[in-house]
Design a protein around this ligand. Structure first.
Ligand SMILES: Cc1cc2nc3c(=O)[nH]c(=O)nc-3n(C[C@H](O)[C@H](O)[C@H](O)COP(=O)(O)OP(=O)(O)OC[C@H]3O[C@@H](n4cnc5c(N)ncnc54)[C@H](O)[C@@H]3O)c2cc1C
Ligand SMILES: *[C@@H]1O[C@H](CO)[C@@H](O)[C@H](O)[C@H]1NC(C)=O
Ligand SMILES: *[C@@H]1O[C@H](CO)[C@@H](O)[C@H](O)[C@H]1NC(C)=O
Ligand SMILES: *[C@@H]1O[C@H](CO)[C@@H](O)[C@H](O)[C@H]1NC(C)=O
Length: 551
């Protein structure tokens, strides 16, 4: 019954969607399923030479490699497979299924629990976390360019966003839940209303999406369609174990230089990929993978590396330090009317330290086992759960990462120290109070149930907000008690501490890090726009620099 209703609702909703005009034009080389340059690592030679070796075919790695391949010979190494053909990854409806799938050594979402006790995830597939994420796309806040320690060429920043957007970004069509949330955000005073915009604007707006009008995902892997096929090789199921370093003899002062990498295929065989003269190794393995690889390569805090018996190549005290995750808090309700499935489409951008977003998911719901009077149904019921959440800006609270093993496949141990800085807590209290305002708005009335008494109330799934929202201590306690992640963790190789403003690892030649690990704050409401832009941006900068030097 419930299932039939939800289904009928979705069919009607899909008809609506056809009117959505896509921003992105069709990709130049047709269906990326047939990326003819992506190959299982087992088929790679035991040694080969390239101009640029991109470690990690993720959100930054794909646009970077596609850009460099216009001029140079490029190798991309990705520990996972391709997303194409995997229905859970390719369709919006598969989001939760892919995230909650049992984590085997090669499932596309690698789960981990931080020492804070929060369950988290990282992508392990071509496209990286952009192939498992919620698809919301919004450019960085203007302050990001000032606070990130980089002297940005803002016109190249804009061109890089444009390049990404024509490939993978679409305008979403709002249905019942997202429309109601948009109206409620405005009623809650998060104004003005900007309609659809990819810019970071204070107020309420509809953002972009990497899901197209038929709900099909366009991750960063699609940006490889812009690569020059004869100049690029992509090795899948290629697990990079470490960066190879050697001292550059030409220098008077002996400096270490990246000369290649070692990777292992699924059969356990080792391969070497080496850089040609003037070439580089570029780590794009993400906020967990990039610091982990530097540590495993002997670049990190000396005493720490020694405690693992890793030979120290360069003492770099901040590798794996300055790691951050923005806490997410919110509420979920069971609506009395069927809701469409939606991931994030609308954002409320406040000036009080919090961003508001929403989703509505169809989730399998099983009767709690402690209810001895009801036999659990053999097939789970499908219920829609509507969620309103807030993410704080920053954050300021600093975490760190350390190795759990010298095996690169084992996730490092991470502690984010959520709310250890009181400003983060205050931002969360501000954001959760806004959720209270949203729930009290007229637009949310339709989502309440009528009680026997005649009163109307929400049915909460999980904790509801404290009754007295003016009580700071109670709100702060709610923040601590219900903390979760929006998966925007970043840092570990931050600009100014591990890399310089051209993303070179300081103290080492021919080695850069280009991904979310370089950020000290999460850019904008959601980071993927900026991570993809960064890949394109650095690719263009490197190409220009080498052309100027006539190499
Ligand atoms: C569940 C989820 C939902 C999210 N929702 C959104 C959203 O709606 N909007 C938004 O803007 N952001 C969202 N994000 C955040 C965003 O997706 C990430 O911040 C961003 O994708 C990070 O990009 P990256 O390039 O730094 O790392 P990644 O994209 O994770 O790329 C790292 C790549 O390196 C590979 N790799 C790592 N180590 C190795 C190794 N040793 N050898 C070979 N390959 C290796 C990995 O497999 C991966 O493909 C979400 C994230 C998650 C996990
Ligand atoms: C990669 O190639 C090896 C050797 O041919 C094979 O055993 C393995 O199944 C392949 N992996 C994938 C995911 O195709
Ligand atoms: C970049 O784009 C933004 C937003 O569209 C605009 O405000 C800004 O002036 C642009 N900057 C440059 C240098 O083109
Ligand atoms: C919380 O909101 C209040 C009221 O808008 C504001 O004055 C304060 O600066 C906000 N706190 C933070 C940490 O942003």
């Amino acid at each position: 019954m419930q299932r039939a209703l939800v289904f009928r609702f979705q069919c009607t909703a899909i008809l609506f969607l056809f009117s959505a005009p896509p921003l992105a034009r069709p990709l130049p080389q047709g269906d990326p399923l047939y990326l003819n340059f992506a190959l299982n690592a087992t088929y790679f030679p035991t040694e080969d030479y390239y101009d640029y070796i991109v470690v990690g075919g993720g959100t930054a790695g794909c646009p970077l490699a596609a850009t460099l391949s216009q001029t140079f010979r490029v190798l991309v190494l990705e520990r996972g497979g391709v997303p194409y053909g995997n229905q859970n990854l390719m369709n919006q409806e598969g989001f939760l299924t892919a995230l909650t799938e049992v984590d085997t050594y090669d499932s596309p979402a690698q789960t981990f629990t931080s020492e804070d006790g929060v369950l988290n995830a990282r992508g392990r597939v071509l496209g990286g976390s952009s192939a498992i994420n919620a698809g919301f796309y919004s450019r960085a806040d203007p302050e990001f360019y000032e606070s990130s320690g980089v002297d940005w060429d803002l016109s190249l920043v804009n061109q890089s966003y444009d390049w990404v957007e024509k490939g993978v970004v679409f305008r979403p069509e709002l249905r019942n839940w997202q429309s109601a949330v948009r109206d409620a955000l405005l009623e809650a005073g998060i104004d003005p209303y900007h309609g659809f915009s990819l810019e970071h604007l204070v107020g309420t707006k509809i953002g972009g999406s990497t899901f197209d009008s038929s709900g099909k995902r366009h991750s960063a892997a699609d940006l490889l369609n812009y690569a020059k096929p004869e100049n690029i090789k992509v090795a899948t199921y290629a697990s990079v174990e470490r960066v190879l370093l050697a001292s550059s003899s030409s220098n008077v002062m002996s400096r270490q230089s990246a000369i290649g990498i070692v990777f292992r295929d699924e059969m356990g065989r080792y391969h070497h990929a080496m850089v040609k003269e003037k070439g580089e190794v570029i780590l794009c393995a993400g906020a967990i993978g990039s610091p982990q690889l530097l540590l495993l390569s002997g670049i990190g805090p000396r005493p720490y590396l020694s405690s693992w018996g890793i030979p120290v190549v360069y003492h770099h005290p901040n590798v794996g330090q300055f790691v951050y995750d923005n806490p997410r808090n919110g509420i979920s309700i069971l609506p009395p009317i069927p809701l469409e499935y939606s991931l994030i489409q609308v954002a409320g951008i406040t000036e009080m330290g919090a961003y508001l977003e929403a989703a509505s998911n169809v989730i399998p719901f099983t009767t709690p086992s402690r209810s001895v009077f009801v036999r659990p149904p053999s097939s789970p019921l499908l219920l829609t759960v509507a969620t309103i959440m807030e993410k704080i800006v920053g954050p300021i609270s600093i975490g760190s990462l350390r190795l759990a093993s010298t095996d690169v496949r084992v996730n490092p141990i991470i502690r984010f120290n959520y709310f250890s800085n009181p400003i983060d807590l205050e931002r969360c209290v501000n954001g959760t109070r806004k959720i209270g305002d949203i729930l009290r708005s007229r637009s949310m009335d339709d989502f309440k149930f009528t009680e026997w008494s005649g009163g109307r109330n929400f049915r909460f799934v999980g904790p509801s907000l404290p009754a007295d929202q003016s009580n700071y201590e109670m709100m702060a306690d709610f923040c601590r008690r219900t903390v979760s992640t929006i998966w925007h963790y970043h840092g570990g190789c931050v600009v100014g501490r591990v890399v310089d403003q051209n993303y070179h690892v300081t103290g080492i030649d021919a080695l850069r890090v280009v991904d979310g690990s370089t950020f000290t704050v999460s850019p904008g409401t959601n980071p993927q726009a900026t991570v993809m832009m960064l890949g394109r941006y650095v690719g263009m900068r490197i190409t220009k620099e080498r052309k100027r030097l006539k190499w």
